[in-house]
Design a binder for this molecule. Sequence first.
Ligand SMILES: [Zn+2]
Length: 154
Amino acid sequence: MKQGPNSKRIEDNMRSGPLAAHQFLGTDTRTLSDIILHDQLLLESLGLTNQDISERMHYFTEQLKANPGPRVVDNKFMAEREEHKGAILCPFADNVQASKSITRVTNIELRKTVMWSDLNIHLIGTHGFYEGYGAPFRVDPAEYAEVLEINKPK
Ligand SMILES: [Zn+2]
């Protein structure tokens, strides 16, 4: 897909700008627009929205802010928060910054674990951006929906 100049500028910034160290695009060679579009199609096939995913992640992260755990949540999940000092600036140049702290959640029955940074919640909820393949903080919508038991709204 052809992408607009704004999207191209953000992509260049992610690949070679001061934010490149965060590897938002991982080893992905697709354009930023294609990465976002592909995940939106995947979400549609799951019947979910960016908000369904980001709100569920926010739910766990919020519960750990007072007590980082590890602790059991809803009798089904083991959740913990790893505090990291400092903040990361949103690569979409909207002056949003998020802490580097990480939330890790294991679905006890499935024995599967997923993790995310506070910035992931913003990137998904606001920009529909799940990061590229091979990115250290790539959020695969299907995998996260399974592990966090994010269900289609009835
Ligand atoms: Zn942003």
